[in-house]
Design a binder for this molecule. Structure first.
Ligand code: MSP
Length: 670
């Protein structure tokens, strides 16, 4: 984007998407253009942990920063709810997949709210609107001749929802990404002509060297492109939890194709042209390293296929470990980020994640490290700077920002250092180098503390009028330095930024933007100053830790053990062989079938079961299945169910239990 400054008016003319524009989105402040940032949409198979919160927190910092730099920001996050992995999790939880997703989506939304994430929209792939857009998108790919029917035979990893070539597999036929066993799949599928886009993609990479970052991740993609692309199987028939393929609903669309389209469906593709044109192409897709191939090869090829411009940048960050270990439920470190936030504070966690983990690389989230940063950088450096300054203003100037007079060499140094910090901070934030941006800012915090040592205000306070005049200048300069630090911290540590500015007499924090650090000397003389409690109380290094790690063995045992029941408990369940004599769909339900079951002498029972995604009603007639005959009747979608049938579930599949050979309907099972 090219920017042209018109002196004085401070208006920006932006060159954006091939157009020059000056946009005013209200409030009298001119916006520089738009900025559309996305997180991946999270699989909803389990609850989010600190690792999954990492991407969202970073995206939030970026969104807040771009708003601060006066962009018209759209920040998107959401949940990825289709596919075998989510289906299996729902079935394992004994829940209807939609009910399961509804519950988990609420948990994600609540987490982001508790973490004060400022997303503009939350997309769910089970939203009707999204599903419609997915079908239209795929239809457009078809119209362009990019989809054909063929047979897929190969290896599939359900946890990663990824296809792999034989030669890519790890030892013992395992997924090269997560190390878990892959599954042989053989199905008639629709395919996307991904191979057709290889040279166009290579050209795009060449012409847009910043398309994929960091560089070493881009090189990985280039190696894949150079070694050739295979067409991609984009539908499945072995389960139904997905978006039906247009004109062939026996197939559901591959979860990754469905998921990637969220980035355009969320901003109104084929539904709201104005909004779509306002925000597309995305300026930044923020993702983790393991899903780079989907975003940097498959997604751009899909966009080329439907004739849409490609995103400006894809940034693949590294992975977090917690206390040095891979995040895993069984190790006890897949903790809810709120637990850490509750003890140490949201801003401290945000600061730590950005400062400690070099963005782009793998890094470790350690509680010890967090405590060290809080005590050193926050309590000692920043906290003390604010505390000392406000205390001296309270004692010597009746809690008002004093009027400065003649400046000396050291004052000029502080001012120059502030101006240099602002410009370097912006440069590093613009290039997503958060660690360096914060290092620079903390150098300035350090220099401000040093300025106190050099100017010795405690000695000036004891002197006569001349010294008092000098003290006023020193404390004015310190107030201004602190104001600048707080303004720059707006996107990284919003609550701290707001609190510091409030203590220096600024109540309109929401309106604070880059124009508030345009020059030195913007703090108002006479502003009320509050000397409050320390901003960051020191954490006792021996205090109790919130991340309690288990040993690998402990973790494993806990996962395996189930509760014992007695034979008496078991005998309470009246299990019978039942013959299916009628089967039909329950009206308005995608999941339920209504069955009439012959139970011999027990008569005929009606059972409603959530198996419509796995069985056609007519295929069930005549089958002898296993039924819990003494279950208390319930109503499902208004239809009475007088029992339950037994089924086995694994990896997105469901199979009914039957008997081995012929036996009368009603036979008792023990
Ligand atoms: N549903 C897909 C994304 C579809 S986007 C069109 C998916 N979901 S995920 O839940 O498995 O991962 C979502 C994001 O969380 C990824 O960017 C992933 O890298 C990130 N993280 C999950 N665990 C993580 C860590 N331990 N550390 C850092 N990020 C990690 O993939």
């Amino acid at each position: 984007m090219g920017l042209l400054r018109i002196a004085k008016l401070r208006r920006m003319i932006c060159y954006n998407s091939g157009k020059f524009m000056v946009v005013d989105y209200g409030g009298g402040k001119v916006k520089k253009g738009k900025y559309y940032v996305t997180t991946p949409i999270y699989y909803i198979n389990s609850e989010p942990h600190i690792g999954s919160a990492y991407t969202t927190i970073i995206a939030d910092v970026i969104a807040r920063y771009k708003r601060f730099r006066r962009y018209d920001v759209f920040f998107l996050t959401g949940t990825d709810e289709h596919g075998q992995k989510v289906l299996s999790a729902a079935l394992e939880a004994g829940k209807d997949p939609q009910v399961f997703c509804d519950e988990l989506a609420e948990k994600f939304k609540k987490l982001w709210k508790d973490l004060e994430i400022t997303n503009d929209y939350f997309i769910r792939t089970t939203d009707e609107n999204h599903m419609k857009v997915v079908q239209r998108f795929v239809e457009k790919m078809m119209e362009n001749g990019d989809i054909y029917k063929g047979k897929y035979e190969g290896w599939y990893c359900i946890p990663c929802e990824s296809f792999w070539k034989e030669e890519e597999l790890g030892d013992g036929k395992t997924c090269p990404q997560c190390g878990r066993p892959v599954k042989w799949v053989s199905e008639e599928n629709y395919f996307f002509r991904l191979s057709k886009y290889r040279s166009a993609l290579l050209k795009h990479y060449e012409e847009n060297p910043d398309f994929v970052e960091p560089d070493f991740r881009k090189n990985e993609m280039l190696r894949i492109l150079e070694s050739g692309l295979q067409d991609l199987s984009i539908t499945r028939t072995s389960f139904k939890w997905g978006v039906p393929m247009p004109r062939d609903p026996k197939h559901v669309i591959y979860v990754w194709v469905d998921a990637l389209i969220n980035y355009v469906s969320a901003i109104g593709y084929t539904e709201d042209d104005e909004k779509f044109e306002r925000y597309w192409p995305a300026d930044l897709h923020l993702i983790g390293k393991e899903i780079n191939r989907f975003h940097s090869i498959i997604w751009p090829a899909m966009l080329m296929s439907v004739g849409l411009p490609l995103p400006r940048k894809i940034y693949a960050h590294g992975w977090l470990t917690v206390n040095g270990q891979k995040i895993s439920k069984s190790l006890g470190n897949a903790i809810d980020p709120r637990v850490v936030v509750k003890k140490y504070g949201l801003d401290a966690v945000r600061y730590y994640l950005l400062r400690e983990i070099a963005f782009g690389k793998d890094g470790d989230f350690s509680e010890e490290g967090l405590i060290k940063r809080i005590n050193a950088d926050l309590a000692n450096d920043l906290g003390n700077l604010v505390h000392r300054t406000t205390a001296m203003i309270k004692q010597n100037f009746n809690s008002k920002v004093p009027r400065p007079s003649k400046s000396e060499g050291v004052d000029e140094k502080l001012k120059d250092s502030a101006m240099e910090t602002i410009s370097e901070f912006f440069d590093h934030m613009d290039s997503l180098k958060f660690t360096t941006a914060l290092e620079k800012l903390w150098e300035f915090v350090g220099f401000s503390n040093k300025y106190i040592d050099l100017t010795e205000p405690w000695i000036l306070a004891k002197g006569g009028d001349k010294e008092k005049e000098r003290l006023a200048t020193v404390l004015y300069n310190l107030s201004e330095a602190i104001r600048i630090i707080a303004v720059l911290l707006k996107s990284v540590m919003p609550n701290t930024s707001r609190e510091i500015l409030r203590r220096f007499g600024y109540e309109n924090w929401d309106e604070v933007d880059e124009t508030h650090v345009e020059r030195w000397g913007m703090i108002k003389v006479g502003n009320p100053v509050e000397h409050g409690k320390p901003l960051f109380p020191r954490i006792d290094k021996d205090s109790e830790r919130v991340i309690k790690m288990k040993t690998t063995d402990e973790g494993k045992r806990e996962e395996k053990y189930a509760e014992f029941i007695t034979i008496e408990d078991f005998s309470k369940v009246d299990l019978r062989v039942g013959k299916v004599i009628e089967a039909e769909k329950v009206e308005k339900s995608r999941k339920l079938l209504k069955l009439k079951i012959d139970l011999g002498k027990l008569g005929i029972k009606q059972i409603v079961a959530g198996i419509a995604q796995y069985y056609n009603p007519q295929d069930l007639i005549g089958k002898k299945i296993i039924v819990v005959a003494n279950l208390k009747p319930v109503k499902l979608m208004g239809v009475e169910s007088q029992g339950m049938l037994l089924a086995a579930q694994s990896e997105g599949k469901l199979r009914l239990l039957t008997v081995d050979g012929d036996i009368d309907a009603g036979a008792k099972i023990s």
